[in-house]
Every structure is written in structure tokens, then in C-alpha cells.
Write a protein that binds this ligand. Structure first.
Ligand code: TRP
Length: 340
């Protein structure tokens, strides 16, 4: 992918309890992509979507805590706030002007079809509640704010998981209809590319790793907590010496998503041949986890306890981000108010 002179933008919602599933699937690839973009002469923008979060999280101290955790996690994992643009959405007020402009060009029907809204309606229907029970306008118009996030920077590319593809398409559609209406390029049309991890890390019970299933390996926990999670990974009772198919073994699947290739190959061979016990593999996995996040964990704790430093970085990021948004907003106002 050609990244020179390209603007790549990603938003993350503060979610809570970061685990190795988030790490392998989102955090690590996003930070690596950031390094690659900066190295190859592109512009990398990454932000915490805290205004998107308030649609769901109304508990203010909780939102504050989750926002802090996600910001510290990205920094701890190596996101460089000097070369990348890293900020909180709420610190860029131009986005909300832009949202109002985009609203006027967003067919209501688009929102009716948006996944997040449809999923909420389906849940209500399943519970026998009225369709729109508990659904606020923030959730309903979620894709418009997201379109503003994207269009504000003349973004070329948005790396997304499958669930976010539709949102980027909506952003491109809105941009396209505004451009067509005014007969000029007011907004750049963004494209998505999917980042669906080839290796997903299952939870300790084999289901998707998720806090609600109580099967996570927490990302920044201490060694004892990590150990407890790893020792709790479900195993079968095949004979230790029996040759096994690694792909059918949960412990191996988890290891494969996280551990270095050489270790994965070693364990694969050991299982296929027989003789390598699950206890041994668990110890290897635990060590691999500690090696992977040991240093990051310390940085994370440092940032959490020195959040004023992080706050400064985020504010700095927002100031830089706003210098990019302002000309785009002016361009839009020139068109809609016939100024230029
Ligand atoms: N909706 C995205 C998510 O739930 C977060 C997000 C907000 C985003 N604005 C964005 C992602 C802009 C990419 C671009 O994960």
C-alpha cells in the first residue's frame, strides 16, 4: 500500500479492561501501522472517540477512567505522539460544526440502516420492547459524527474492522453528495481498508475473549494475575505422549496469536510429535506474555500515575489536529454559504 502523502486516520472508543485480544487485534497493529505511515511519509492520526462513548457511557468517573486507560495504553504500546496526531475527539470543537453541516446532507434512511442502530433495535425487539427503547440520537446519528472525524482531515484511508466498513462508506457517500451538489471537491472521499487480524486470540474458555464472558487474559496485569489467567486456560485430557493436532488445541491457538514465531513453531512441533505437556506450554506462554508486555506494563503504570503528562500530549495533539481541520471546515463553509 502506497502511504506517501496519505492521511491515515483511526478512532478508538474507550472500552475498558484491556486484554490480550484487544492487544493482538487492535492496539499492536494500530501502533505498528502508525510507525509505518510516519516512516513512509504519510500522516497518521489517532484519537480517542470520547464523544462517541457518551452515547453509551453516562457514568462520568467511569468514562474519565476508561479514556485515561485507552490513551495510556496506546502510548505504552509505542504510539509516538510527536510524529502521529494523538488527541481526544472532544478537544477538537471544529468537528461538531462539521457534524452539523454533514447532518443536512445525510438522508435519514442511511441512519435507519446503520449497523449500530439496527443492532440496538434488534435487541429491543428480541426483548419484546418498543423498537427505539433506550436509543438516543447520539447512537442513531453515530455515523455522522464518525464521518466528521474522517472528512475533517481530508483522510485518504481508514483502517477498520469489518463492523466499521459501513460507517466509512456512509462518510464517503455524504462527502460525495456534498461535492456533487456544489460541483466542487469540498471533501476528499475516504476509503477503508480492513485490518481484521488473521490471528484472533480466543479467550481462556475458547469463546471470543471478552470481559462479559470472564475469560480474558488482562493486558497490563501483574505476573500473578497473568499466571492465574494462563493456568485457567481450558485443556483436554489427551495423553501427554499422544501426537496432537495443534490447530484443535485452545492453548496453542492462544499462543499463536501472541507469542513470537519461533516459540509458536517449537510448540507446534512439540504437540505434533507428542511429549510436550500442557503445563510446560502454559509456562512458555506465560513467559512469552511477560516478555511481550513487561516493559509496556511499566510505561502504562507510569502514564496512569502521571496523567498530567499524558494530558499535555493529548492537548498538544489536539492543537496540531485543529490546524488541519480548520482549513477543511473553512472550505466547507465557503461552499455552503457561497463565500468563495
Ligand atoms: N466507531 C469506531 C469504533 O467503534 C470508532 C471511531 C469513531 C472511528 N470515529 C472514527 C474509527 C473514525 C475510524 C474513524 O471502533
Amino acid at each position: 500500500m502506497e502511504l506517501n502523502n496519505k492521511t491515515i486516520l483511526t478512532g478508538v472508543k474507550p472500552t475498558g479492561t484491556l486484554h490480550f485480544g484487544n492487544y493482538a487485534g487492535a492496539l499492536k497493529p494500530a501502533v505498528e501501522l502508525g510507525h509505518q505511515v510516519n516512516r513512509e511519509g504519510g500522516r497518521h492520526i489517532m484519537f480517542v472517540a470520547d464523544y462517541h462513548a457518551i452515547n453509551a457511557i453516562k457514568d462520568a468517573p467511569l468514562l474519565k477512567q476508561l479514556t485515561r486507560e485507552i490513551a495510556c495504553a496506546y502510548l505504552a504500546c509505542g504510539l509516538d505522539p510527536k510524529t502521529s496526531y494523538f488527541y481526544k475527539q472532544s478537544d477538537v470543537p471544529e468537528l461538531f460544526e462539521l457534524t452539523t453541516i454533514l447532518m443536512a446532507y445525510t438522508p435519514k434512511g442511511f441512519m435507519n440502516k446503520a449497523h449500530a442502530y439496527k443492532a440496538a433495535v434488534d435487541k429491543n425487539v428480541a426483548k419484546g420492547e418498543p423498537n427505539d427503547a433506550g436509543i438516543n440520537m447520539g447512537l442513531y446519528t453515530y455515523p455522522v459524527l464518525m464521518a466528521a472525524d474522517i472528512l475533517a482531515y481530508d483522510t485518504d484511508l481508514v483502517p477498520v474492522g469489518k463492523d466499521q466498513i459501513q460507517h466509512v462508506e456512509i462518510a464517503a457517500d455524504i462527502a460525495g453528495s456534498i461535492n456533487a451538489h456544489y460541483g466542487r471537491q469540498v471533501f476528499k472521499l475516504p476509503r477503508y481498508f480492513t485490518t481484521e487480524a488473521t490471528e484472533t486470540v480466543p479467550g481462556t474458555d475458547g469463546r471470543k475473549m471478552s470481559k462479559s464472558y470472564n475469560n480474558v487474559i488482562p493486558l497490563f496485569a501483574d505476573d500473578a494475575t497473568l499466571k492465574k489467567a494462563v493456568m485457567g486456560i481450558k485443556t483436554d485430557c489427551q495423553d501427554i505422549n499422544a501426537p496432537k493436532n495443534p490447530d484443535e488445541i485452545l492453548l496453542y491457538q492462544i499462543l499463536r496469536g501472541i507469542a513470537p514465531t519461533a516459540l509458536v513453531a517449537e510448540v507446534r512441533a512439540g504437540l505434533e510429535k507428542g511429549g510436550m505437556g500442557y503445563g510446560t506450554i502454559k509456562k512458555m506462554l506465560l513467559q512469552a506474555l511477560i516478555d511481550e508486555v513487561g516493559e509496556k506494563r511499566e510505561k502504562y503504570m507510569y502514564y496512569l500515575t502521571h496523567f498530567d503528562e499524558v494530558e499535555d500530549m493529548l492537548h498538544d495533539g489536539a492543537i496540531r489536529a485543529r490546524t488541519l481541520v480548520q482549513p477543511v471546515l473553512e472550505r466547507a463553509k465557503d461552499a455552503i454559504f457561497n463565500r468563495k
